[in-house]
Design a binder for this molecule. Structure first.
Ligand SMILES: O=P(O)(O)OC[C@H]1O[C@H](O)[C@H](O)[C@@H](O)[C@@H]1O
Length: 561
């Protein structure tokens, strides 16, 4: 039996009425009317400070949103998620990414089995592998130590490791055999082809990362990599005893939830790292999919990342909703999307190390909450996930901030920056310059959120101003300060967003852990590929697709295919 949709429940209706009463009240007035907003609307946990005072809301708004969270069953949902209930209902399984970061002495019984020992057994296997690489003992088929590792994966098997290895590149341990890690995800092979022109096959290893081990993008890159290795290392190298089995064994590691498929592909048993169906792809960087991260920062820092995420998990589980960072961040989003009609959300990190953070969040948020059917199978009558995009804030200032300041779209922004950076640079002259650059960056970050909030009022200017110089302001934002960017705070930051997504999904009554919307495209791509290759089935296509396919065929004919 379907329950009453959330938008027909008391708390939602009270919020709708409250929003109507607030009209188009300007953020600058809210700041005038309510002194001490920073104090009122900011909270800290796990090395992060979240300032929500520039949200277009009041204390009463937040109280009503907290009522909404309670009525939607958020506290019970959090308990269910962390306890391993089957929260992913369409696939009938739990979503236990939080189990991947439990400490070794914790217990988590799901279906009569304690999951913690197997999680830590995988970490131990990763540690052994990482140690071999860092000791220069993982050798290619011709006996030379592996120096370059290329991760072949896409979506959740690419974006998390890519984002984190980039963010934590400063944390490379010293005194080890250096491993350079690269990422190739695109099915067209262009990223991989570029690496293949530059890397030495004798010292290059590929990690095939794919939860399903059926993703065509990854498997076609994997085939290209295998052929490249074989053509370069077999015979041509003139080495005695270098056979195909040795090449496969020394140059490939597989990471997947399907050991059978890894074996079928030819990954040696002891070079397979397995994870579980109960870890969603976009939530998987905390386990074996994180191998590239550990190869860059070492196991100690990888465990630091897990510890930071676990600190956020504990905060999520223990803090009261009114002090709970993920709950508050989620409620700010709900307020913007569902009551202020703000359906665009920009992620703006002010730290070059977080270059891939927005791309990572685009998958996390939009693949999780880009849904329109409730758990009961009903169509939702309200908006869910906003369109989310982003880029490094300082660069975006010179690109799309124009739209934020003077365009016609209302946009919510998340500004993210570390409080301190470069204070540990050994050379004092460079240190001073770099610390100055960091302060410059922070000044820009704070200035932008201030101008977005206040508009013209951010500056005192005499005389009238032409319309084209007018800034209307009133764009809401959140600011997240990391004490500094470390494995621990990065872990906490990612976990914060994971949990924010879950809280929003709970309120919207949708499943954040499946992604059925991507399946049809894959099926139709298969059929289209068949037509392109075999020149049959064109009659069944629509006129546009037919025209496009014929354009390809005529180009191929011109080039003699
Ligand atoms: O890890 P894999 O099974 O190769 O999946 C890679 C990606 O592809 C899919 O199409 C999904 O939309 C993503 O959620 C997933 O992360």
């Amino acid at each position: 039996m379907s329950h009453t949709p959330i938008d027909q429940q008391r708390a939602w209706c009270a919020l709708a009425e409250h929003a109507a009463g607030m009209g188009r009240r300007h953020l600058r007035d809210l700041f005038v009317e309510q002194p001490g907003r920073f104090e009122t609307f900011s909270r800290s946990a796990a090395g992060l400070t979240l300032d929500l005072s520039k949200q277009r809301w009041t204390g009463q708004t937040l109280d009503l949103l907290l009522d909404l969270a309670r009525d939607a069953g958020v506290p019970e949902a959090i308990r269910g998620l962390l306890a391993g209930e089957r929260v992913n209902r369409s696939e009938d399984r739990p979503a236990l990414h939080t189990a991947l970061r439990l400490p070794a002495d914790a217990r988590l019984e799901v279906g009569g089995e304690d999951l913690v020992p197997s999680v830590h057994a995988t970490l131990a296997r990763m540690a052994e592998m990482v140690e071999r690489f860092h000791a220069g003992q993982w050798r290619g088929a011709t006996g030379k130590p592996i120096h370059d590792v290329v991760n072949l994966g896409v979506g959740g098997s690419d974006l998390g490791p890519l984002m984190v290895t980039h963010a934590l590149a400063d944390y490379r341990p010293e005194g080890i055999h250096r491993i350079d890690v690269h990422f190739a995800s695109t099915m067209d092979g262009s990223q991989l082809a570029d690496y293949l022109t530059r890397l030495n096959p004798e010292t290059t290893l590929f990690v095939l990362s794919s939860k399903s081990f059926t993703t065509i993008d990854t498997l076609s890159n994997a085939r290209t990599a295998r052929d490249w290795l074989k053509s370069r290392l077999l015979g041509a190298a003139g080495e005695e005893g270098v056979d195909e089995a040795l090449v496969m064994r020394q140059h490939f590691i597989g990471v997947s939830a399907s050991p059978e498929k890894m074996a079928e592909w030819g990954i040696a048993d002891d070079h397979q790292l397995e994870f579980w169906e109960w870890v969603g792809g976009r939530y998987s960087l905390w386990g074996a999919i994180g191998l590239p991260i550990a190869l860059v920062v070492g196991m100690e820092h990888f465990r630091g990342l897990l510890a930071g995420a676990h600190a956020m998990d504990r905060h999520f589980s223990e803090a009261a909703p009114a002090d709970n960072l993920p709950v508050l961040l989620a409620l700010a989003g709900i307020w913007n999307v569902n009551f202020l009609d703000i359906r665009a959300h920009s992620i703006l990190p002010y730290d070059g190390r977080l270059e891939y953070f927005a791309a990572y969040l685009e998958q996390l948020e939009m693949e999780s909450n880009g849904k329109s059917v409730t758990h009961d199978g009903d169509q939702v009558g309200y908006s869910t996930c906003p369109v989310l995009w982003g880029q490094l804030g300082p660069n975006a200032q010179h690109a799309f901030y124009q739209l934020l300041h003077q365009g016609t779209q209302a946009v919510e922004c998340d500004f993210i920056a570390p409080r301190v950076r470069y204070d540990d640079v050994p050379d004092p002259a460079t240190r001073d310059h770099l610390m100055g650059q960091h302060r410059l960056t922070l000044a820009n970050c704070f200035a932008q959120s201030r101008v977005l909030m206040l508009g013209d009022d951010a500056i005192e200017e005499d005389g009238p101003r032409p319309e084209y110089k007018h800034y209307r302001g009133n764009q809401p934002s959140s600011t997240l300060l990391l004490d500094r960017l470390t494995p621990e705070t990065l872990g906490a930051l990612i976990a914060l967003y994971e949990h924010k997504v879950f809280v929003q999904a709970t309120i919207w009554d949708i499943n954040p852990f499946d992604q059925w919307g991507v399946e049809l495209g894959k099926k139709i791509a298969g059929e289209t590929q068949h037509t392109l290759e075999h020149r049959t089935g064109l009659e069944g296509m629509d006129d546009s697709t037919r025209g496009l396919i014929e354009a390809v065929w005529s180009a191929e004919a011109e080039h003699g295919r």
